[in-house]
Design a protein around this ligand. Sequence first.
Ligand SMILES: C[S@@+](CC[C@H](N)C(=O)[O-])C[C@H]1O[C@@H](n2cnc3c(N)ncnc32)[C@H](O)[C@@H]1O
Length: 272
Amino acid sequence: METTAEQYWTHRYQQDQTGWDVGSITTPLKTYIEQITDKNLRILIPGAGNAYEAEFLHKKGFKNVHILDISNFPLENFKNRNPTFPKAHIHHQNFFKHKGSYDLVLEQTFFCSFEPDQMTRVKYATKMASLLVPKGKLVGLLMDSSKMEDNEFRPFGATKADYRTYLKPYFDIIVLEECHNSIASRKENELFGIFQKKAITKTQKNNPLHGITLKTIVTELVERYGWEELGKRVQINSFVTNPSVNSSLKFLRRTPWAREKVEQLYIYTFKK
Ligand SMILES: C[S@@+](CC[C@H](N)C(=O)[O-])C[C@H]1O[C@@H](n2cnc3c(N)ncnc32)[C@H](O)[C@@H]1O
């Protein structure tokens, strides 16, 4: 059964409404890839579309390249163009359901393909971080909305401040600047970013929740606020309809954005 998001994107490919697709690898990603020497790096390209970067990497002899897209349409194109690319490395899947461990994630107009709401963006950042090994890198060619006249339609842009806000909790920002080698049609409309996942030790050291279980967090918040007030502060069903610690834990463990909100409330309440 296709999901709505899958139908949406497939429809855009079927109707050839793919203004983001330039038909080949773009200069910034090509330049970045050309300086990588380790051909065994585990690389993920989520929201890959026609995945020209993966084709380039494959032809250069990179062995562990994975592409992922919610729509099968561009993945089929990719398979036809690259019959020797390992089929097991082609994931027709929702990014948020993907499990894996990568050294490098390459993204191009993926962040901005989601609705520009806070929850989705937090979800994107936490998911990216969870897919990377400590010190792994997210390298992105990101649409810059600061000069866009129309930001009402997908792909939506975001500003440098937006990217910084959402990625900073999990990544050290190595580079985030106006892209200097964009293709002509995108000149001055995109940012180039290199974000390095914080090392576990540093994250743990700075993490005020280190060593505190989710069960403790939920239990103490319920004791402090009660279910009704908690449901107002973090609007999720498990806090409102027949609330219990167990059902809340079940939901929070598989819903990173909600967990993040609950954890932030705990820090705000008890650690400030
Ligand atoms: C704006 S396009 C960019 C495609 C490609 N990166 C490029 O630059 O040509 C966004 C892509 O993300 C895919 N996509 C959107 N939501 C997704 C999700 N939740 N999981 C996986 N792929 C998704 C779409 O199908 C589409 O191919």
